[in-house]
Design a protein around this ligand. Structure first.
Ligand SMILES: N[C@@H](CCC(=O)NCCCC(=O)O)C(=O)O
Length: 249
């Protein structure tokens, strides 16, 4: 039997003088080495995407992180800091893709921006700068530190007892996670089930109620995935869900 095909979301950004569709190697590697699936990078074509054709080929979807932010018009707010990177082509690709994938029951795993995209696609909202919200921690990385420090453990999250993520991780109550984001969940979308929260109450992981496998995390399990037993378990469970979905099509 062939490996399940996992669609990996891309960003649209300039590399040198040219516009490119980009997906970081670590996200693609997580699909290969963590989930044992075959990745296909989906360009950020927005409305020009043939969603039916893409979803007919998909056994799973991986929504990646990105330095860019979702445009706040998608959750009815004005843009507070135009200096931060935006990616409207990615917004116009991933938001409809998420809704259509959930309708079809295609397994989803989402990291950081991808996690925020699921919340917004389903009607939730974001804090545009978590660190400016009273009582919240600064969840951003030190951009001057070495990469291993930026992606190293930053804080713990409490997992929902008996929840899908805790169960996936052998009943763990807390895990240490890295943290590289300025935005975060403000209003949780209807239908999302909290799977983990940070010390300041920020929702850091959720699943989608009633969906076969649809898990989003605010942290980066894909970083050095083969060295991270929890991350390998998460992606193995995702790969299993993709194989189960593939067997039904
Ligand atoms: N820009 C958003 C999303 C954060 C995010 O996805 N960070 C990842 C950065 C680079 C990487 O892909 O590793 C925010 O700031 O909240």
């Amino acid at each position: 039997m062939r490996r399940p095909i996992v669609i990996v979301s891309a960003c649209r950004q300039a590399v040198g003088v040219h516009q490119c569709h980009t997906a970081q190697v670590k996200y693609v590697d997580a699909v290969v080495r963590g989930a044992d699936c075959a990745p296909l990078i989906l360009p950020a074509l927005g409305e020009a995407t043939d969603f039916d054709a893409v979803l007919a080929a998909a056994d799973g979807i991986m929504l990646t992180g990105s330095p860019s932010n979702l445009h706040p018009s998608h959750y009815a707010q004005d843009l507070r800091d135009p200096g931060l990177p935006q990616d409207p082509a990615r917004d116009a690709t991933t938001l409809p893709l998420i809704r259509a994938a959930l309708e079809r029951g295609i397994p989803l795993i989402a990291v950081c921006r991808g996690f925020q995209e699921i919340n917004v696609a389903l009607g939730g909202s974001l804090h545009q700068a978590v660190q400016e919200v009273q009582g919240m921690l600064d969840h951003r990385e030190d951009k001057h530190a070495a990469l291993d420090a930026q992606y190293g453990p930053a804080h713990s999250v409490a997992l929902t007892p008996g929840g899908r993520l805790s169960t996936m991780l052998g009943g763990a109550a807390t895990i240490d996670v890295n943290s590289l984001h300025g935005q975060g969940i403000a209003r949780l979308a209807p239908g999302l089930v909290v799977e983990a929260v940070a010390e300041d109450g920020l929702v850091e992981a959720f699943s989608v109620a009633g969906a076969g496998f649809a898990l989003g995390v605010q942290w980066h399990p894909e970083w050095r995935i083969t060295d991270n037993a929890d991350a390998m378990r998460m992606f193995a469970a995702f790969g299993q869900a993709c194989r189960a979905y593939q067997s039904t099509t």
